[in-house]
Write a protein that binds this ligand. Sequence first.
Ligand code: KG4
Ligand code: ZN
Length: 334
Amino acid sequence: MLAIESSCDETALAVLKDGKTLLSDLISSQIDLHKKYGGVVPELACRRHIEVIGPLLKETLEKSGVPLEAIDAIAVTAGPGLVGALLVGVSFAKSLSYALGIPLLAVHHLAGHINAAFIEHADIPFPAVALVVSGGHTNLYAMARRGDYRLVGKTIDDAAGEAFDKGARMLGFGYPGGQVIDRLALKGNIDRFNFPRPYRSKLHCDFSFSGLKTSLRQKLLNLDPTCLKSAQFQADIAAAYQSAIVESLVEKTFQALAKEKAVAIILSGGVAANSLLRKRMKEEGDKRGFPVYIPSPQYCTDNAAMIAMAGAEQYDKGRFASCDLNPDPNLPLR
Ligand code: KG4
Ligand code: ZN
């Protein structure tokens, strides 16, 4: 199976054999293209996807050792994401599917993120709770089995990745902010600054991060701007801000686990690459006796291996797409 991901600022292709063995998995990142604008510029993203997708297919196939004629199915991200960016991958996938006469699988981007956990852990026990934390989503799903998703919690405002990126921008750390905060926070003192832990009600499993952003803005307004140049200040504020986001994610995930009587946790999406979140989620899991499955960092951020894993699961169930597939920027996960 060939898998294609182009929903945002990474063009990625992968070849998966027998639903479990990755033969190749390549990503062409656009970070350098968008860096100077402080965020993803949709029009530029689409143009870059168009430029790189053909050569990347050639390279991915060469690396896998599988000729194009031997590909037996195509999985592609159909949404959510930037519509123009999705359109590049979907059109490419549809034309390959038509030309080769092979089935097409329309994969939900978040189902892809969750399925990344199965790349390295084939036997995750169910029922499980899956937290997907990315640049655009912070969703908690109850999963009775693989491929079954019921939304039990979500952010009511910003996504966790957005909170990282916007916070980093306010602090002048640049784009993409999550990784920078993660790195700076390693040397920081969590207790120097106090950030609110919002939306802690036990009655729901939803999240809210916009108050944190406001709190950061207010702190910065009350400070001498030269502070921002101090390495220790940067580390301390990054550590405290990151900790507030992470603790909220951990708390609500274990709340959902208890409510849903789940036996395992899956943590995925770009923010799942965050070192503190990985550590805290594992610590809490160990303490309470529940396994926590987190993909290796390279499978947390956008990639096509995860789309291939989700595609393989849909293939087994015969859930194929037709050749009139259209991308949907707001595709719901069912
Ligand atoms: O899943 P992803 O690659 O793309 C989307 O589907 O949105 O997630 C991107 C998000 C960005 O907001 C980025 O800042 C965040 O994941 N991210 C991180 C880290 N690495 C990526 N956030 C915190 N710590 C990290 N190490
Ligand atoms: Zn993503």
